[in-house]
Design a protein around this ligand. Structure first.
Ligand SMILES: [Zn+2]
Length: 459
């Protein structure tokens, strides 16, 4: 009888321990440790796995930095400009990219589509979730033909690597990393030790053969599926695919990138024939209404390095119940409460007796603090039931004393607003340097210092 080997893993960060621990020493979470079987002590070594496959074993030796060639490796440029952008102008050979996102928002569609759009590249698409027929149907819907696209519905990494050896693909997509299973580990697919081992096997494969690998991984809102988080340090690039499944817009965000900036972002619209890259997002995110309604204001935000104009919608109604409700979608609830407190204190508005609903149009989530000013304007507009002109947009952070604070890259925001035909943009007075240099623009830049001044200007 061989001994069964087990270990305890933190389900939050993947920290490994020989004993059960109440609190994770790595991420400080409580009650996250679970036991997993690592090895039953049999079935080893004979399996034909990537561990035994080394086509060109790397000869490690020290080398003077000056002798290292600095020629940048040629990247694989995809047909999708948004994907190229988030990867840092294309796929780096031998890189391993983790794509994380909630189930059902379109990760598979996006990467199936991107792979199909590269007929010059031999691609292997490994699916542990969908059958060949399901993927075929999906590809038919996308309407793209590709003779170099190969499909493998398999979960065992040993079988997968045998197929890879035969096919020698130039690009591998794994959908999803949670379905993979390695014979070296006894625990079930989707467990922490399995995910780590399988990802490590693909990492070795990517580095040794210089083949790029995309690993698709599911996350849930409550984060109770073990997964992508524990792989973040193992991979070269982490992309997060975000969006509300009730809306058509999706954002592909770079969280980590060894080969490029992490401030990048790609925007897609989900249409019946797949994911359509949106090269000019502001035009779509703002709804041009015929008649003006109260409660809406346009914010000139930045998402990464891209200026993005978005619509903030507020609804302020008398509170029926004892405790007023605050409901947000796409905006931070605590931030809204803070802004309401500022309006109550500085402007004497009785928000304590009102229910407040705040929504960022298009299902986007914004983190840029420059949205504050547009939120304040939308709230006041609904409170007073007076519409804000659709030709004005706002870019300013609001401080606790009601002061409008400067924001970064104000010139870019002004330029974007002008491009979209806005007549006025309200910015912070403290952004003087920025709007001084923007004097050549046709748009009127209105520098204001306090929330009260905005109120006087609008109402
Ligand atoms: Zn932990």
């Amino acid at each position: 009888m061989s001994k069964i080997k087990t270990a305890f893993f933190c389900s939050n960060c993947g920290y490994e321990s020989t004993k059960w621990l109440g609190k994770c020493p790595s991420c400080n979470q409580w009650n996250t440790f679970i036991e997993e079987v690592l090895d039953k002590g049999n079935n080893k070594a004979d399996s034909n796995d990537w561990k035994n496959y080394t086509p060109n074993p790397r000869k490690s030796k020290t080398i003077a930095l000056s002798h290292v060639s600095s020629i940048e490796e040629e990247r694989l440029v995809t047909a999708d400009a948004e994907l190229n952008r988030v990867l840092g102008s294309g796929i780096v050979p031998g890189s391993i990219v983790l794509v994380a996102g909630e189930p059902g928002i379109g990760k598979s569609t996006l990467f199936l589509q991107s792979a199909l759009q590269m007929p010059q590249v031999v691609t292997l698409y490994i699916s542990g979730e969908e059958s060949e027929q399901q993927i075929k149907m999906r590809a038919d819907r996308l309407g793209i033909q590709n003779e170099n696209f190969y499909l493998l519905t398999e979960a065992s990494t040993q079988v997968i690597f045998q197929e890879i050896k035969k096919l020698k693909p130039q690009l591998v997509v794994v959908d999803s990393v949670q379905t993979l299973h390695s014979n070296f580990i006894e625990s079930s697919p989707g467990s922490i030790s399995q995910i780590r081992e399988c990802a490590a096997e693909f990492q070795r494969f990517a580095k040794e053969t210089n083949t790029p690998v995309f690993l698709i991984g599911h996350i849930t809102k409550d984060g109770n599926i073990a997964g992508p988080k524990i792989l973040e340090h193992m991979v070269d690039t982490v992309l997060q695919f975000e969006g509300d499944r009730n809306y058509t817009y999706r954002i592909l965000r770079t969280l980590k990138n060894r080969f490029g900036s992490t401030a990048e972002l790609g925007i897609y619209e989900m249409i019946s024939s797949g994911m359509r890259p949106v090269s000019n997002p502001s035009e779509i995110l703002i709804t041009h209404k015929e008649d003006q309604l109260s409660g809406g204001a346009i914010a000139a935000t930045m998402e990464g390095l891209r200026p993005l104009l978005i619509e903030v919608q507020a609804l302020v109604t008398p509170s029926v119940y004892g405790t007023p409700q605050r409901t947000v979608s796409g905006f931070d609830l605590r931030r809204l409460q803070l802004l309401l407190a500022v309006l109550e204190k500085r402007g004497g508005f009785q928000f304590g007796l009102k229910d407040v609903f705040l929504n960022i149009a298009g299902g986007l989530k914004v983190e840029d603090p420059s949205t504050d000013l547009a939120v304040i304007c939308a709230l006041l507009s609904s409170y007073e039931d007076v519409p804000v002109s659709q030709h004005i947009c706002f870019a300013g952070e609001v401080g606790l004393n009601g002061e409008i604070r400067a924001v970064n890259r104000v010139e870019q925001r002004i330029a974007e607003a002008e491009k979209l035909g806005f007549e006025k943009i309200v910015v912070s007075r403290y952004n003087k340097k920025g709007w001084d240099s923007a004097k050549g623009f046709n748009i009127e830049v209105v520098p204001l210092g306090k929330v009260e001044e905005v109120y006087q200007m609008l109402f």
